[in-house]
Design a protein around this ligand. Structure first.
Ligand code: ZN
Length: 478
């Protein structure tokens, strides 16, 4: 490879193929493959693996993102949390990642830390800036009527940032960081979800997208309660229509949109997505953990919707190990009620994790393939590992037999990020040591308050879910 692209493919002496190469790697016993793309993660959750217990999405959200706010953390923690995710990513053969790093206060210093971490990781990264203008209560069906007056007053006292402020934050972040680190970094738009965005904000998103040619990365119809919100909105008298109708009417449905989760899509929604070229990220670990349901993956693929895979944030996916995501994707869609021919297999999952992810990140048509002229974003897999003894089907065994131990080398744009399972892009041991101490401080200083603040919303959410259940088939209980 040279200039960050693949020059030739073949067995033999590297120096004969690429004379003058700066570095040669003896790849005997190693299998070269395109690297994986983690198309949906939240690096800000990296200290929260394994927390929050057995709850569904809405009470989980109240704990991970307390509606009454959480105290600011030291700037350095934003950097460490992104690099912690990068460790998981690189060890599991990831070459690119989309980080929907929640930053609702639009703190430019926090964003700089996150962007610098991704620059230092050596990975390709698209980082979303957070946008929302509807309050927490207005994002949940019936919540404003049900909420006790005192809590409602506390929530309403939290003045949201103006759309102008949030748009300026994106624009400045885009100017500072988009295409930085030799073009590896992108800054994209991260509206929180249709239930948290007014039509005015949606129109502004379209303007920003057109002005900067920026992708939009948005959670849509992740839970049954969100389906209820969409249905209530559709017949609520304001003629807004369901979530997908609103996105379409606002002009958001196009090939630069990626919707995350998309568990509760209807048939018309899938048709709308397919006609628009918008992408979907499938996040099976998170959907399983929160009992959110199972996205209609086969229907999406049959309709021609580009599908990518994501781990989701470490507080629901609990890992950014893309081999675990491959495994879950290629196992959970095997349902005795569904004909075997419509199940999802390792090849489908592999395509989504490589070319599907590249499509969502708009990395260019040759990304996700190992062909001459493609960007040199490769992994070398150890075929001597017991997971490949015997070697019957590399893709199926990568999904079903392997762990990150099999990933020997990760190369992005021709630069070696990891070799012989040792990360070369940054000092992993130093990052883990510092992150361990920082996370311990977070556990002591912030976690108890965050948990108590979030759990206080359980009674309200129970009532909201019960009341909304009539609008979306049975709704999961707390
Ligand atoms: Zn997410």
């Amino acid at each position: 490879m040279g200039g960050g692209t693949v020059l030739a493919i073949g067995a033999g002496e590297a120096r004969a193929i690429a004379p003058g190469a700066r570095r040669t790697i003896n790849a005997r016993h190693l299998m070269a493959m395109p690297g994986l793309v983690n198309a949906h993660v939240h690096s800000n959750e990296a200290f929260e693996r394994g927390l929050h217990g057995t709850v569904s999405l809405e009470p989980w959200l109240a704990r991970a993102y307390p509606p009454l706010g959480a105290p600011a953390v030291p700037l350095r923690w934003h950097y460490l949390r992104a690099l912690l995710v990068a460790c998981d990513a690189i060890h599991s053969g990831t070459i690119a990642i989309q980080d929907d790093c929640l930053n609702p206060g639009c703190d430019p210093d926090a964003l700089d830390q996150v962007m610098q971490a991704w620059a230092d990781s050596g990975l390709r990264a698209a980082v979303a800036t957070t946008l929302a203008d509807r309050s927490y209560l207005d994002g949940l069906p019936f919540a404003r009527q049900i909420c006790p007056p005192q809590l409602r007053a506390q929530l309403d006292a939290r003045t949201p940032l103006s759309i102008d402020h949030q748009a300026d934050f994106f624009t400045q972040a885009h100017q500072r960081w988009n295409a930085a680190a030799n073009g590896r970094l992108q800054v994209i738009l991260g509206p929180r979800g249709p239930q948290r965005c007014s039509d005015t904000l949606m129109r502004r998103l379209v303007q920003l997208r057109e002005r900067h040619d920026a992708a939009i990365h948005m959670h849509v119809l992740e839970s049954r309660l969100q389906l209820a919100a969409s249905n209530v909105q559709a017949c609520g008298g304001h003629a807004e229509g369901g979530f997908l109708q609103r996105l379409q009417r606002a002009g958001l449905l196009d090939s630069r949109l990626t919707i995350n989760h998309a568990v509760w899509l209807g048939e018309r929604d899938i048709e709308r997505l397919a006609a628009s070229g918008a992408c979907v990220t499938h996040n099976p670990l998170s959907n399983l953990r929160l009992g959110s349901g199972r996205a209609p993956l086969r229907a999406l693929l049959e309709a021609g919707v580009p599908v990518a895979l994501g781990s989701d944030g470490p507080a629901t996916g609990d890992t950014a190990d893309m081999l675990a995501v491959l495994r879950a994707t290629s196992l959970i869609h095997r349902d005795p009620q569904v004909p075997r021919t419509r199940w999802i297999g390792p090849d489908d999952a592999w395509h989504a994790a490589t070319r599907g992810g590249a499509r969502s990140m708009r990395l260019g048509p040759q990304h996700g393939q190992l062909v001459v002229g493609a960007p040199a974003d490769l992994i070398l897999v150890d075929t001597r590992h017991r997971a490949f003894v015997p070697m019957n089907d590399p893709i199926a065994q990568l999904a079903w037999s392997a762990s990150p131990e099999v990933i020997d080398t990760v190369i992005v744009a021709g630069s070696v990020l990891m070799h012989e399972r040792r990360i070369e892009a940054f000092d992993e041991t130093a990052v883990l040591t510092e992150a361990q101490a920082a996370a311990q401080a977070w556990r002591e200083l912030h976690l108890p308050g965050q948990m108590a603040s979030g759990a206080a919303f359980d009674p309200l959410l129970s009532e909201v879910i019960a009341r909304a259940s009539a609008h979306a088939n049975p709704v999961a209980t707390l």
